[in-house]
Design a protein around this ligand. Structure first.
Ligand code: NAD
Ligand code: MLT
Length: 535
């Protein structure tokens, strides 16, 4: 598989990909048409914040499976477009948290004690001892906006240096703040008003863009602002003015609305603003961590394993994956068979779990069932975009679970409905590993999923199975297996034939011409999951 890397990542990440047998192409600073060209045959794209992964990238990259972000922020990646194209987006959310937190603490001291300004003056030959009177953090109040991974690490560090903590984060529990000895305040202005220092740790979202503007800076009057999160959250013009006018005592920024920071940025002209060029994650340890974590995510995606850091795909616990993994193919197969057996437009899909499997987190299994249902409709679908496609096309999806099951340890049932009729297909695992279709539309079968299958419904009369065998034989179609069920003696029967070839139309016509045959449907399970299911 080909992995295109368009922002520099640490060597251990590149080595890990090569060790796993993948081709790695590094193409740093590539953009515009050159990026579209480079990504056109890539199976994975790895970026940091320097590559704009817009919708056009996904449109140009038919074979793309995953975009890996070697870091936390994904505001440079169009996740909607990725999901539309069935491409996983995964970040590396843990590896640089400590580095970012340490940088935020360093920037707090840098601005409180004017360290860069004093350093500059001394290097310029001036002993400016009387020019700087700093502020201690001890006994001061720190307002933390966004108490996520980085915010919590900053809280721990600055708490231990004697600061009181106030938090504004509308999405966290009181308990999280309590655990850190912080007071959760539900109004941003109040939180800023209480702080001597305010440090920002939210993602850049439409909701947080421009969140700290003139009014908010006025609340922080006489305090210091630190932003090592993302540019765009703080209004840079307003901040430059607030510091210049003395409304805010000082500021320290590591990230900017436009990077590199333009030469005409007003921030460059204000003495009490400390700036670093997006260095929060720039430690050796952090860069190695995120590079290796991203490589592992890419390798998992290539191997069809769950990507634990995926932002747009159903997640699954690493320890639970071995228990649910075999049911992914079962669900997909049941979905495929059900969709091919039911005529008409599908309006709803129900995925039911019975027995042991009902204990598990089955989001990924349900997404795979939907993939199975939609694939015969020739939608460009995978487990990433299947739930989205269902929603967009107005198809109701329900999931139900029960611990009870009659005959099997676990059952996955996919029921498709077209508004008038519904049809269910049940699958399970024999001996814990062999996929079987065990019920079709109420008929109890033991069918091994196979690349080509024929499902025939007929009256339960002598000679019908012989007829099907003869007609298929006449057209050179070999039967690999056969699984028969009937309602009652002489009632309706359903037979599943596993075939080594597809069935010519004339064979179907000949079969349908016989009065004993009610319906014959050819089923194709020819994708990888189905092939894996073949014995
Ligand atoms: P996270 O997702 O763990 O935490 C973000 C927190 O922000 C969450 O608790 C969330 O509830 C909160 N939040 C969301 N919307 C909010 C709002 N409107 N008001 C207040 N709080 C809100 O993210 P993280 O891993 O802690 O990263 C935090 C930020 O730091 C991100 O922007 C990330 O990109 C950035 N970052 C920068 C560097 C760097 O090099 N400078 C390094 C790492 C992370
Ligand atoms: C991040 O979001 O992880 C940081 O911005 C680090 C980076 O990639 O520079």
């Amino acid at each position: 598989m080909k992995v295109l890397v368009t922002d520099p990542i640490a060597d251990p990440g590149l080595d890990r990909l090569r060790e796993a047998g993948h081709e790695v192409q590094t193409d740093y600073d590539v953009e515009g048409d050159a990026l579209l060209d480079a990504v056109s045959d890539a199976n994975a794209l790895i970026v940091r914040s320097g590559t704009d992964v817009s919708r056009s990238v996904f449109e140009a990259a038919d074979d793309l499976v995953i975009v890996g972000r070697a870091g936390i922020g994904v505001d440079n990646i169009d996740i909607e477009a990725a999901t539309d194209h069935g491409v996983i987006v995964a970040n590396a959310p843990e590896g640089n948290v400590r580095a970012a937190a340490e940088h935020s603490v360093a920037m707090t001291f840098a601005t409180a004690r004017s360290i860069p300004q004093a350093h500059g003056r001394l290097k310029g030959g001036e002993w400016a001892k009387g020019a700087f009177l700093g502020t201690e953090v001890n006994n001061k109040t720190l307002t933390i906006v966004g108490l996520g991974r980085v915010g919590q690490e900053v809280a721990k560090r600055l708490d231990s240096l004697g600061m009181d903590l106030v938090v504004y984060d509308p999405y966290i529990s009181e308990e999280r703040a309590d655990r850190l000895g912080a007071e959760l305040v539900d109004d941003l202005h109040e939180a800023l008003g209480r702080g001597d220092f305010a440090t920002i740790h939210t993602p850049l979202l439409p909701e947080t863009e421009g969140m700290i503007g003139e009014d908010e800076l006025a609340q922080l009057e006489g305090g210091y602002l630190i932003n090592c999160a993302r540019g765009g959250i703080v209004d840079e013009d307003a901040l430059a003015e607030a510091v210049d006018d003395g409304v805010v005592a000082g500021a320290a920024l590591d990230s900017f609305a436009e990077e590199p920071l333009p030469d005409d940025s007003p921030l460059l002209d204000v003495e009490d603003v400390v700036l670093t060029p997006h260095l929060g994650a720039s430690t050796e340890a952090a860069q190695e961590n995120v590079a290796v974590d991203t490589a592992e995510a890419v390798i998992a995606a290539f191997n069809g394993e769950p990507v634990l850091t995926a932002l747009n795909a159903p997640s699954v616990d690493e320890t639970a994956f071995p228990r649910i993994e075999p049911y992914i193919a079962v669900a997909e197969t049941a979905g495929k068979v059900a969709a091919q057996l039911l005529d008409g437009r599908i309006t709803s899909v129900e995925v039911t779990y019975e027995g042991d499997i009902a204990e598990e987190d089955v989001d990924l299994v349900t997404a795979s069932a939907l993939k199975g249902v939609f694939e015969p409709l020739e939608w460009q679908v995978n487990a990433v975009n299947a739930p989205r496609l269902a929603e967009e096309r107005g198809i109701d999806v329900t999931e139900s679970k029960t611990r009870q099951t009659d005959d099997f340890q676990s059952i996955v049932r996919v029921t498709v409905n077209n508004g008038d009729d519904s049809l269910s297909v049940e699958g399970t695992l024999f001996a814990g590993e062999d996929p079987r279709i065990v019920r079709i539309d109420g008929f109890r079968v033991d069918a091994v999923p196979y690349g080509h299958m024929l499902v025939a419904r007929n009256t339960d009369e002598p000679g019908v199975i012989g007829l099907v065998g003869t007609v298929l034989g006449d057209h050179g179609v070999n039967i690999a297996g056969m699984y028969n069920a009937r309602e009652t003696q002489g009632g309706e029967a359903l037979t599943v034939y596993d075939l080594d070839h597809d069935v010519p139309d004339e064979a179907i016509e000949t079969l349908l011409a016989d009065s004993r045959i009610i319906e014959v449907t050819e089923i194709t399970l020819d994708d990888e999951a189905a092939r894996e299911a073949e014995l």
